[in-house]
Structure formats: C-alpha cells, structure tokens
Design a protein around this ligand. Structure first.
Ligand SMILES: NC(=O)c1ccc[n+]([C@@H]2O[C@H](COP(=O)([O-])OP(=O)(O)OC[C@H]3O[C@@H](n4cnc5c(N)ncnc54)[C@H](OP(=O)(O)O)[C@@H]3O)[C@@H](O)[C@H]2O)c1
Length: 270
C-alpha cells in the first residue's frame, strides 16, 4: 500500500510508527509536514514540506490520510484536493470535520472516511470509530481497517452524528483519566503523603487497576468495584463521596456533554 499522510504530529507520528511496524502490505509512506519530523529512518518513508513539492514528484498513492488540526483542514483540503486523483480514498482523523465538509472539498465521487482514534493508539492500545460516505467499496474497507487496526480496536459507527459522542468519550477520554490521576495525587498530598509518593501511588494505582480490568475481561467494572468494597470499610467510605447523589456520574456527564457540544461546534462552517 502507498500512503500519503498529511500532518505528522502526535497522531500522525503514532500512525506512521504503527504502519511501519505492522502493515504487511506497506510499500511507502509519503509525509507532507512543514515541521521537522523525528521518526526512525526507514527506506519506505519520504518527507515533503508541502503539497506542491509532493505533487511535483508525480507519485502514485492508494490512500490519503489527513492528520492536521481541525483548524487547518480547510487550507489543507483546498491545496491538496486538486492534486490527488478523484478515485483515491481520503481518511480524516480531524475532530469535528464532517463527511459533508470533506465531500465539499474532495468531491462528490470520492470515497471518504471520517475516523476518531485516541492517543493510546501510539502504543497500539487505542480505540477508533469510523464512518464513511456511500462511495466506499469492500476494497476501501480493507484499506481502512488495515490502516486503523495498528492503533488498536476499530468500530464502525452506524450514523455520523454518533461521531461527536465518540469524540467526547474515547477521543477526549484519556485526558479525563489523566486529570483523575492528578486529582488523586493532590488528594494524597492533602492527607499527608510526600508529593513524590502521592504521585507514584496515584499513577500506579490507575495503571494497575486498568491492567487488572483488562485482564479480568469477564468482570464488569461494577463487579470489580464491589469486590474491593467491604461493608463499613475504607473504600466504601471514600466511594460514598463519589457515588452518593451520583456526584462523579453527574460530573462525567457534564464533561462529556461539553466535549460533545464542542465537537458539534467544530463541524459548523467557520
Ligand atoms: N491528539 C488526540 O488525542 C487526537 C485524538 C483523535 C483525533 N485527533 C485529531 O488528530 C488530528 C491531529 O492531532 P494531533 O494531536 O496529532 O495534532 P498535532 O500534533 O498538532 O499534529 C498536526 C501536525 O500537522 C502539521 N500541519 C499543519 N499544517 C499543515 C499542512 N498545511 N500540511 C501538512 N501538515 C501540516 C502541524 O504542523 P504545525 O505544528 O506547524 O502546525 C503538526 O505537526 C487533529 O485533527 C485532531 O482532531 C487527535
């Protein structure tokens, strides 16, 4: 497979590493990125500073992957769409950029995929949801899956509006969890732990609990929680503050709703 990747920041870089490591059909990746890119050297990688310098080489490609910030998408689409032949599918991972936005820029006939990955994809432990326009055939689906599976698990959304909710839950979710770790660390300090130990305990408790949840796949989070909550014990006392009046659940709903609204707003014409 010959890939043109536009934008090689955190997500683009993570995808390149995954494709180089585990995409058997990979022939080459052309990367358009104005910044210097720090990736291991590989004969399958070529770098270009902009669309015209890539286009001047007249290189064939099987798929375009767009991994620039949503704010850059209009500029990138306007510059690149005329340079890529109309049958080549385009996969965008930009938050809030709709299939309609992409179709307007890349043309009615073009196969288009909108995907929402998340940052654990950098170590192959992410989760990605995608949706497509109606120009996608079975061959395109194989390409999409092979590109996205290197990031972790892949799901197809039934309808596009779901993508705002996906963005708000799994796209932004890792940041919510990091904030939970920060809060647990601060709480540890507030009951007398030295800062370094509070930091280590918060971090290792969350990574350990997540690994245990992954290991015990047949156990629901509720069952795992109940297993460590003795009646009248310390965990029950702490959980009462999080679960009494559904405090944490309500805060989570507010956070997800705010991200969902922001994703919808990003989709509006600027
Ligand atoms: N990070 C996440 O958690 C996450 C999760 C899911 C989806 N996404 C989506 O993934 C996309 C990329 O996010 P990111 O976190 O990887 O952003 P990022 O680290 O800022 O990477 C974007 C890269 O694209 C480059 N770029 C800007 N204009 C360009 C152009 N005209 N042509 C080619 N490259 C250009 C940027 O260079 P400059 O620095 O010079 O602008 C930057 O290196 C976003 O649309 C985001 O919505 C991100």
């Amino acid at each position: 497979m010959k890939i043109l990747l536009v934008g090689c920041g955190r997500m683009g870089g993570a995808m390149v590493k995954g494709w180089l490591a585990s995409l058997p059909s990979l022939v080459r990746i052309d990367v358009i990125e104005p910044q210097d890119v720090h990736l291991p050297s590989d004969p399958r990688l070529s770098f270009f500073k902009d669309g015209p310098s890539w286009s001047a080489q007249k290189r064939e490609i099987d798929v375009v992957v767009l991994a620039v910030k949503p704010q850059m998408m209009t500029e990138v689409n306007t510059a690149l769409a005329p340079l890529v032949s109309p049958h080549v599918p385009v996969l965008s991972i930009a938050a809030g950029i709709t299939l309609t936005n992409l179709t307007k820029a890349w043309g009615e006939m073009r196969p288009i995929i909108r995907a929402m990955p998340n940052t654990p994809g950098a170590i192959g432990r992410g989760v990605t949801v995608y949706v497509t326009n109606t120009n996608i055939n079975e061959n395109h689906k194989v390409i999409i899956n092979s590109l996205l599976v290197v990031l972790g698990t892949v799901y197809q959304a039934i309808e596009e509006p779901m993508m705002d909710a996906v963005t708000a839950v799994s796209g932004s979710g890792p940041a919510y969890l990091y904030n939970f770790v920060e809060a647990l660390e601060e709480a540890g300090k507030s009951v007398g732990l030295p800062p370094a130990l509070a930091c280590a305990l918060a971090r290792e408790t969350v990574t350990g609990a997540a690994a245990l949840m992954d290991h015990e796949k047949d156990q629901s989070p509720k069952a795992l929680r109940e297993a460590v909550t003795s009646p009248g014990g310390t965990t029950e006392a702490g959980l009462y503050m999080l679960m009494g009046n559904q405090v944490l659940e309500d805060i989570m709903k507010m956070a997800v709703k705010a991200a969902w609204v922001r994703s919808k707003n990003l989709a509006q014409p600027q």
